[in-house]
Design a protein around this ligand. Sequence first.
Ligand code: NDP
Length: 314
Amino acid sequence: MAKKLVIIGSGPSGLTAAIYAARADLQPVVIEGFMKGGQPGGQLMTTTEVENFPGFPEGIDGPELIDRMKKQAARFGTEFIMEDMDTVDFSSRPFTLSNSTRTITAHSVIIATGASAMVLDLPSAKKFWSKGISACATCDGALPIFRNQVIAVIGGGDSAIEEASFLSRFASKVLLIHRRDEFRASKAMQKRAFENPKIEIVFDSVLEEAYGGQFLEGIKLKNVKTSQISDYACKGLFMSIGHTPNTGFVKNALEVDAKGYIKVKSPSTATSVEGVFAAGDVTDPHYRQAISAAGTGCVAALDAERWLQANGLG
Ligand code: NDP
């Protein structure tokens, strides 16, 4: 029998959708994800302390926040399946979602599969992954190993400058490395970088090599105009070069933008297929916050509930 609502994704967006949908007696099924495009629970699972999620004045660990959301969704009858979905068929109703072990049919679907941080595909950088190199300064930057050390950030967008500013609170110096001689970031954010005495900007440069022993000890940068190699000692390197939405499995079934983010009919969460909704980072290249993802997850559940009712399926 077709499910009323299947939610794909178990980050703050998918779980908030599940809480609302379960309370509305839609008996939602959450496909939690397993390996593809991240992990169950999404990016919060690799975040240490979340200090800006309302309701937690002392802060809360990312995994604990997800665990609490999951318990809240389960309390109202959400069913969880810890698998990825490989293919979707939205061309006939009920919709079909499948992987190598199962096929699920559903009258409505919420896609909340989030986004993954992009990383540089360099063998020496891979070697020091989680040993000084990370893609999330807000998650890892405050760790004791980075305190009073030189730390590097790669990227020229708002995120890179935001992360460099954040890191400058703990680091002795932050190298902000960008491949061009002009930032992509907004003027206001650029001003922040230029005016911060702890931030040293290194333009026209790309990562040539990361080196060290057990942990990162330094990087070599190549100037793209002169080909000159420069050596910088640093204990941390944060890649802030953008995100990719986890939409590979729905790209041909739904309208997506040039970067692969699912297009929604804002302010609703309706996608190009009636009965399919999308919420959270998979639709959002701009805000990418746990709370904004949770907010659109709520909206998606309300949209799905109303759509099911209007079509006699609720
Ligand atoms: P962006 O896509 O805006 O920037 C990515 C940066 O990484 C660019 O400068 C890009 O260089 C660089 N880059 C990409 N690939 C590589 C590579 N292979 N090697 C070296 N550098 C690379 O992503 P952001 O995450 O910064 O921002 C995403 C969105 O979120 C934006 O719309 C931004 O405005 C918004 N945002 C807003 C904030 C705020 O207002 N407070 C905070 C954070 C994000 P290049 O410029 O040459 O393409």
